[in-house]
Ligand binder design. Sequence first.
Ligand SMILES: NC(=O)N[C@@H](CC(=O)O)C(=O)O
Ligand SMILES: [Zn+2]
Ligand SMILES: [Zn+2]
Length: 427
Amino acid sequence: MKKLIKNAQLYYQGQLTPADLLVENGKFTQIAEEISTDGVQVIDAKQRLVAPGLIDVHVHFREPGQVHKETIKTGTLASAHGGFTTVGAMPNVIPVPDDTEKFQKQLELNQKNSLINTLQYAPVTKDETSDELVDIEALDELGAFAFSNDGHGIMNAQSMYSAMERIEAIGSHLAAHVEDKDLFNHGVINFGSASQRLGLPGIKQVAETSQLARDLVLAKETGVHYHVCHISTKDGVDLVRMAKDAGINVTCEVTPHHLLLSDKDIVTDDANFKMNPPLRSKKDQMALLDGLADGTIDMIATDHAPHAKEEKNQGFQKSAFGITGIETSFPLMYTRLVRTGLISLEKLVELMAVKPAQLFGLKGVGTIGLNQKADFTIIDLNQDYTINETNFLSKGTNSPFIGQSVFGQIQATYVNGKAVYTNNHEE
Ligand SMILES: NC(=O)N[C@@H](CC(=O)O)C(=O)O
Ligand SMILES: [Zn+2]
Ligand SMILES: [Zn+2]
């Protein structure tokens, strides 16, 4: 089945350009200023942005184990609704896929239930909490996207060192949730004025930065591609900047919420603002924006971490860490970073598609190109709407951005040339 996308404002080879695109057998077979062919289905993009399908290297689907929070089906539908066609799913499901049998089962589940490309992280250690490494080579062989113990820091330096050596040897990637468990203690909110004001136990910044500093030294020694998950502090950004200057093979991601909010925004005991790492100080937030602008931060990732309502309506002390995020990421980033002039639209597409693909070595995604598979999204940059709980296709509806007005509504998302989400009846 052929499809002709007419009147696109296309992101192509780093630039925005008016174009038509022909899709045949799931691939782009022609990209030109004007294409006319008969007997094809025509989709009028109406001068809207046509971007490569967005890529999020950090999401949590909760299947198996906690399907009341999210399933692979609802998570991937929510992703498509957010303009995403490729995601990296973290392995903190139950059971953790920490051997070849469980990993194979996880891949099969993903395959069976995903509407988009779901890439699967393998854990670094057994159960994500032990010091014992998984069979890194075997899980890589099965198709692990990368390795991460997300949700937990890797406390044992020897385990981290060996993991890095082995992951480097196979050319894979290590994505680190940097958190020193002892320094983190029982905190629920950033340590500082907000924790004091609300009388809640604080999470010290050094819980993040001390482990990050250790890891950067180990990464230098081993040469591994070391990726920092959800960086949240000024000191963290400074460390990554120094490490990059020193030639260490490090990349990092930041979430929309850490870029747009600080602990000042937490005015009541509302767990829509509870996530790990926590929202930091205004100074940290500004440093993240600087790090994004100067290239220290390589990409935006949502850390989409859905939970059930009852798990999020119990205040900071008792609610779960994590918020829904994949559906609001593009509109928020576009509205708050591009429309305000902080970054260009081209740069945003780089941060949300091009760079994640490039830095994680993903072939054939993250850009639009001839004979490449047709993974793309159509976005109306001039359509505004209000984020509210009923918009979400994810089972998780807890967001600190509810009530906010945003531009950049996703009109449709295509994977292999097939619509996996459309907000109207054009297809
Ligand atoms: N970010 C969170 O607050 N929670 C994540 C775990 C994680 O990303 O560390 C989760 O799995 O719920
Ligand atoms: Zn994490
Ligand atoms: Zn996470």
